[in-house]
Design a protein. Structure first.
Length: 275
């Protein structure tokens, strides 16, 4: 009896937490299927009639699909770019022949994690303007890549340190170059960790608002978070269309966590145990 009670306590604690996390999503989705007067008069209940007119309004009248695609390819390119660069840096840092330089590079990358991105907005804006990147996708892709590299190097390097050097020595005996070792030996072993870091960086880029609002002023280039914030004025507080746009914006996040839960857990725990 005591063992059963002890096992049930974590579940009893987690149930309220799950409800707190899930309820806002439920509220947004249900509200997007209601008429505007129902959202105000019956905010907690189910709609009397399920209607997808708000989704049609958000997709057709406000070009939400264009903003969705902009966010998708900017976040994807920036995440893949930072991942490739960080993987090479992590491999060099963990396998570099000069320990003092390796520690210096690693220390500088860790130090950069302490710098808040908001403090760099003014110099970033000046650099983007001077380089002629303002109002182009590269105005976001390059800063996103730069901000994603330090954390990615920190996580990937911690895992690479746990990879036995004998595997790389065997690859060298087979005639592999440094790039061959990286992509044919280290990359497959680091895949769970890389997937986890990819998800973390992608979600950060997908939800980023300040730089996207500052560096892109053309409506057709704007990303989804900026567009969703602007819907409140455009729809004159059309709560149904606003909730529909928010529901569409969280689709990639739900898909990622639904299909990649196993990889996320493996990536978090990878390298934590040596054996």
């Amino acid at each position: 009896m005591k063992k059963a009670l002890a096992k049930s306590i974590p579940h009893l604690v987690l149930i309220p937490y799950v409800l707190i996390v899930v309820y806002p999503i439920y509220f947004i989705v249900i509200s997007s299927l209601k008429k505007n007067n129902e959202i105000i008069t019956n905010p907690w209940g189910l709609p009397s009639e399920f209607s997808f007119s708000h989704y049609e309004s958000a997709l057709t009248n406000s070009h939400l699909g264009t903003y969705f695609i902009n966010s998708l390819y900017i976040a994807t390119i920036a995440t893949v770019g930072s991942l490739l660069l960080a993987m090479g840096i992590a491999f060099a840092v963990t396998r570099m022949r000069f320990p003092s330089i390796s520690k210096l590079v690693y220390g500088l990358l860790l130090l950069s994690l302490l710098i808040p991105p908001a403090s760099l907005l003014i110099p970033l804006y000046i650099m983007v303007k001077d380089m002629g990147l303002y109002n182009t996708p590269l105005a976001l892709i390059i800063p996103y890549m730069a901000f994603g590299i330090p954390l990615t190097v920190f996580v990937v390097a911690a895992f690479m340190k746990a990879i036995p050097t004998e595997l790389e020595e065997a690859g060298i005996m087979d005639g592999l170059s440094a790039y061959g070792l990286l992509f044919r030996v280290v990359f497959p072993l680091s895949l769970p960790t890389l997937v986890t870091v990819f998800i973390i960086n992608f979600l950060g880029h997908w939800n980023e608002y300040v730089m996207a609002n500052l560096f892109l002023s053309t409506q057709t280039l704007r990303t989804l978070p900026v567009a969703v914030v602007g819907f409140a004025d455009k729809f004159n507080m059309n709560y149904g269309a606003l909730c529909a746009s928010i529901s569409i914006s969280v689709i990639p996040i739900i898909i990622i966590f639904t299909f990649l839960q196993k990889q996320i857990i493996e990536g978090v725990t990878a390298g934590s145990v040596k054996g």
